[in-house]
Design a protein around this ligand. Structure first.
Ligand SMILES: [Zn+2]
Length: 245
């Protein structure tokens, strides 16, 4: 299960999560959740940023608490969010993607290639990291080679970019394409993504959920003590219900 919550610095400056009082299992059988912190998973990047794994003893489910902007199996954020999880307003164009996994593509587009060797690759990104982030960016945008045109159609709805544009971009990615061109294609799509009232992060999460990369996102609101299912399902069903005409 995939839960995003705020991480707040403790007295030692280590980031610690606001632990939800309920899990995504809360409506499964009418019994109240009992949430316990199970363990902290140390991450290779950044000191003092362990990721908390919690467990609901009532429903016997574990889930990991990710910081805002982060998705499972990734060290770098996919969405540019404030530390409290709110959207950052006032950014335009590709500025909206600075500090995220898309940096790899925006750099490649400008022929800025990350170093071949850069010490410990867990800490310092290198060219392999950059290529890896380019591949993950393609997945979030629906232009990787191994999905169908129908899937690209749904993803174009989720991201609100034209399906013809996305299909064309996916075609241009086929075969041997150098890093700079890959970066350019990704940058062109990022520029086409319209400004949303809802967060870009949730849109990218919706793509991953639709492709089965991770579960549905739930976001913990510590002020109101609600676990809110992301509007992911809404974007997703809008796409799947779309009919001709
Ligand atoms: Zn539960």
């Amino acid at each position: 299960m995939f839960v995003v919550t705020q991480y707040i610095p403790d007295q030692d400056g280590c980031l610690r999560p606001k632990v939800p009082t309920v899990g995504p299992c809360e409506h499964s059988d009418g019994r109240p959740c009992r949430i316990f912190s199970d363990h902290d998973r140390e991450r290779k990047t950044g000191p003092c940023y362990p990721i908390r794994v919690v467990r609901c003893r009532t429903h016997n489910k574990s889930f990991t608490l990710y910081p805002p902007g982060h998705v499972p199996h990734g060290r770098k954020s996919v969405g540019n969010l404030a530390e409290n999880g709110s959207s950052i307003f006032g950014l335009t164009g590709t500025e909206r993607f600075k500090g995220t996994i898309f940096d790899a593509a925006l750099d490649a587009d400008k022929q800025l290639f990350w170093p071949l060797e850069n010490g410990d690759f867990h800490v310092n990104p290198n060219i392999v990291t950059q290529a890896n982030y380019l591949n993950r960016s393609k997945e979030l945008l629906g232009i990787q080679p191994d999905i169908s045109d129908e899937q690209r159609f749904i993803i174009s709805h989720i991201l609100m970019v034209s399906v013809t544009f996305l299909l064309d971009a996916a075609n241009r990615m086929l075969g041997k394409v150098d890093l700079q061109t890959q970066g350019q294609i990704i940058r062109e799509i990022l520029e086409k993504i319209p400004p949303f009232e809802s967060s870009l992060f949730e849109r990218f999460v919706a793509v991953g959920t639709y492709l089965g990369r991770w579960a549905h996102l739930h976001v913990w609101d510590p002020v109101h003590q609600y676990l809110i299912p992301s509007k992911v399902a809404q974007f997703y069903s809008l796409g799947t219900r779309a009919s001709p005409g």
